[in-house]
Write a protein that binds this ligand. Structure first.
Ligand code: GLN
Length: 478
């Protein structure tokens, strides 16, 4: 196997025993990027040389792709949007500092749906990313570039962000492991905000062990982010015990109703059997407010987005445009023309939806009501976790769809997040890992959820499943 096809934990063993060097690992990854990225388009911005720290102990010299909405100092950070053209942040996101301090080698910025609005990476200003398992298909989104880079071995690790499923759904579509940590586990300082009460940064990796290693590096309290939790961080690698005897796992019946692809369902049922053999106990449960999750999310997420995106007006960041003719005052004309030219269609749709639901006279009927339903959804999970250690569901109702298939139908695109959104609304951690392939050879993802700050439980269950199956070892042929 080529070096770029290995996991980080395998590579770190080779480094420790001096069988390989950081430079040779980076070159192997760079060769893959040069050979494949014209086809896959996993990257929005590729760095010719690794972005690395000048003074670090270099324990973890792993090539990592960073989603294009996470600030890297003096390096193009554009949310794959025209409006941030040319923008280079004057500081690093906290996760970037942590990675650089540990020795990581940043390969560039991964492509994404514009401002993380989407489930397919088709709304990127830089064009769609393609699914490495089938180039006609989407990689999922919005962290589609991050997931595709890892699946195509154009990075060993990647960071994504997840507001309603944007790490887990692309992980599922690309056959890799993606974790949305608990809200507050990882600092969001330097993550360009989409919906601040939902956003979390998390790892995309080739297996569960790598997910635990990467979470170790990026977690923890940060005084620059008041929503980061002031709690100690366990060593997640210690959770990989392989022992799930007598764990109680709930299967929510609301996740297996109409719309689920029968192949997805069959694979999830088979995964349950694997875990039963290892001693876990399963029971059907109910999360009764599940049916309101998508509607609630699209009120709250668009409201927060419309307010977060108000800062992009041509003054401080990126693009600045002036209309040819005078319309109102010069400054208003500049704001309007910059936003007209700078934002894509989906971003405009969301800004309008969000502004509408926050406007006076509508606020109580939409935003406030959605906040209340959010609490009911969270209560469902709190109840379930009184009795159960973990919850298991599919990550997505279908496998990867074709490029263009849903692009002109926003509602059907929004519905592809039906299984991932609740975890963001409730603030709980959730991970997707490969659990099989469709007849067409497309990956299927299994989602494991646990109570807040119990990522260890998720790793324990997911790792045990992975140790007893071979799905994560299947490689893309390109
Ligand atoms: N697909 C969802 C949306 O379009 C989630 C995106 C995300 O998690 N960033 O909003």
């Amino acid at each position: 196997m080529k070096l770029n096809e290995l996991t980080a934990h395998e590579l770190l063993d080779l480094i420790k025993t001096k069988k390989e060097t950081a430079a040779s690992i980076f070159s192997a990854v760079k060769r893959a990027i040069d050979a494949l990225d014209k086809k896959i388009n996993a990257y929005a911005h590729i760095s010719e040389k690794p972005i690395e720290s000048t003074d670090s102990s270099k324990e973890n010299p792993i090539p990592i792709a960073i989603k294009d909405n996470i600030c890297i100092k003096d390096y193009l950070t554009t949310c794959s949007s025209h409006i941030l053209e040319g923008f280079k942040p004057p500081y690093n996101a906290t996760v970037v500092n942590k990675l650089l301090d540990s020795g990581a080698l940043i390969t560039g910025h991964a492509n994404m749906d514009e401002f993380a609005f989407g489930s397919s990476t088709e709304t990127s200003f830089f064009g769609p990313t393609r699914n490495p398992w089938n180039l006609e298909c989407v990689p999922g989104g919005s962290s589609g570039g991050s997931a595709a880079a890892v699946a195509a071995n154009e990075a060993i690790w990647a960071l994504g962000s997840d507001t309603g499923g944007s790490i887990r759904q692309p992980a599922s579509f690309c056959g890799v492991v993606g974790l949305k940590p608990t809200y507050g586990r990882v600092s969001r300082y330097g993550l360009i905000a989409f919906a601040s009460s939902l956003d979390q940064i998390g790892p995309l990796t080739k297996d569960v062990e790598d997910s635990a290693l990467l979470l170790n590096l990026i977690s923890g309290h940060d005084e620059m982010d008041s929503t980061s939790a002031n709690l100690s961080v366990p060593d997640y690698a210690k959770a990989l015990t392989g022992d799930i005897r007598n764990l109680k796992i709930g299967i929510p019946k609301e996740y297996f109703i109409e719309g689920i692809d029968p192949e997805v369902k069959t694979n999830i049922m088979e995964a349950i059997e694997v875990l039963k053999k290892k001693g876990a106990q399963f029971k059907e449960i109910s999360l009764p407010h599940t049916e309101y999750a998508v509607a609630t999310y699209y009120i709250l997420a668009t409201a927060e987005a419309s307010s977060n995106l108000a800062r992009f007006d041509g003054v401080e960041y990126g693009l600045r445009c002036h209309p040819k003719e005078k319309r109102r005052t010069p400054i208003i004309d500049m704001y309007e023309e910059t936003r007209r030219q700078g934002f894509g269609q989906e971003a405009k749709r969301r800004i309008m939806l969000g502004t509408y639901s926050l406007s006076s006279g509508y606020y109580d009927a939409y935003y406030l009501r959605a906040q209340k339903v959010r609490t009911l959804i969270k209560n469902d999970f709190d109840e379930a976790f009184k009795e159960f250690d973990a919850i298991l569901t599919p990550t997505s109702p279908t496998t990867a769809f074709k490029i263009g298939e849903k692009a002109s139908d926003p509602l059907s695109m929004y519905l592809s997040d039906i299984y991932t959104i609740s975890a963001n609304l409730a603030g709980i951690p959730a991970l997707s890992l490969p659990c099989g392939f469709s007849k067409d050879g497309l990956p299927i993802g299994l989602q494991v959820m646990a109570k807040p700050f119990d990522e260890e439980m998720i790793f324990r269950v997911a790792h045990t499943y992975e140790q007893n199956t071979d799905w994560h070892k299947k490689k893309v042929t390109l």
